[in-house]
Design a protein around this ligand. Structure first.
Ligand code: GLU
Length: 306
């Protein structure tokens, strides 16, 4: 059995510093554990994904000093590494699940592929009983089985959820044909031999439904480490509003990547304030999930530009 970790960006915009820290931590954890590292591009939403953002992510990550064994640019035996090229696998998984067409309004479907981070309402099961024949634009929902899904996280402990009643039958494929993030991520993590998922804490709440899908598809459950989100000085998720530059802006502006890495590592408790420059490689031996402090110290944009 192979052992691999991954970073799975959605190429829908420029990477912010929070993305960079998540990528760094996923890479550190994989390297520390002797795992392969996979870069998987989650370009599921054709309306929002752009090749230019994939190129930017790759340039940003390399600039920071991260590398990967498999990815859209390096290739690998378990590719393709862009979700837009993996539809057949998602269709095969869908065929193994009990599902039905749903013609409920677009508004209730919109969140699915494009926003794994949003809050969505419980699906009331409107289309469950009378599988309506529709004129093409129906979404496909999973008939979520009853029971309690349990997800374990190395930092956050256990999350238990009754998916059928707390989430409802969720969408596997949108009405416009786009595959839902939940299905794609479960299929790909298994197909790519990912046995450790490191990602942002905002995805913790969708983890039980992924575990539920893994069970229904008889796929293994990886170990999970949901890492803190990078916060601004006011305690909110760091964003442009705080004057934080995106990664490409730092890179193009001639910032020192070793300083950026040091700042990111310091902000989550992996490095003391005295160390001003560090490479990802120098941090590998230090990495322990238990060392990640909660929200940590905010990142100071001025220090990054210096
Ligand atoms: N593509 C997702 C995102 O950009 C991450 C999915 C994952 O790591 O499971 O937030």
């Amino acid at each position: 059995m192979r052992s691999a970790g991954r970073y799975a960006p959605s190429p829908t915009g420029r990477q912010h510093l929070g993305n960079a820290r998540t990528a760094l931590l996923a890479w550190l954890s994989a390297r520390r554990g002797g795992r392969a590292f996979v870069l998987r591009v989650e370009d599921l939403d054709p309306g929002r994904s752009r090749p230019i953002f994939e190129q930017t992510v790759i340039a940003d990550l390399r600039w920071l000093g991260l590398d990967w064994d498999e990815g859209p640019d390096t290739g690998g035996a378990l590719g393709p590494y862009r979700q837009s090229q993996r539809s057949e696998l998602y269709a095969a998984a869908l065929a193994r699940l009990s599902s039905y067409a749903c013609t409920c309004t677009r508004r209730s479907l919109r969140e699915v592929a494009s926003a794994p981070h949003g809050i969505e309402p419980v699906y009331p099961g409107t289309c469950r009983e009378h599988a309506r024949v529709s004129a093409g634009a129906a979404a496909i929902r999973w008939r979520a089985p009853p029971g309690i899904a349990q997800a374990d996280d190395l930092r956050l402990g256990r999350l238990a959820q009754d998916v059928a009643t707390e989430i409802g039958d969720f969408v596997l494929r949108r009405g416009d044909g786009a595959w839902a993030y939940q299905l794609a991520v479960v299929v790909d993590d298994a197909a790519m031999g990912i046995d450790e998922v490191v990602r942002g804490e905002d995805l913790w709440r969708v983890t039980p439904r992924q575990v539920w899908l893994q069970r229904a598809l008889s796929l293994p459950t990886p170990r999970y480490l949901h890492v803190p989100l990078l916060l601004g000085p006011d305690g909110d998720k760091l964003s442009k509003r705080h004057g934080a530059p995106d990664l490409a802006t730092l890179r193009e502006g001639g910032a020192d990547p070793a300083r950026v890495v040091a700042e990111l590592a310091r902000s989550c408790g992996l490095l003391d304030a005295a160390t001003q420059r560090v490479s990802p490689r120098e941090l590998v031996a230090e990495f322990e999930p238990a060392r990640l402090c909660g929200a940590g110290t905010p990142v100071d944009p001025a220090r990054l530009r210096a």
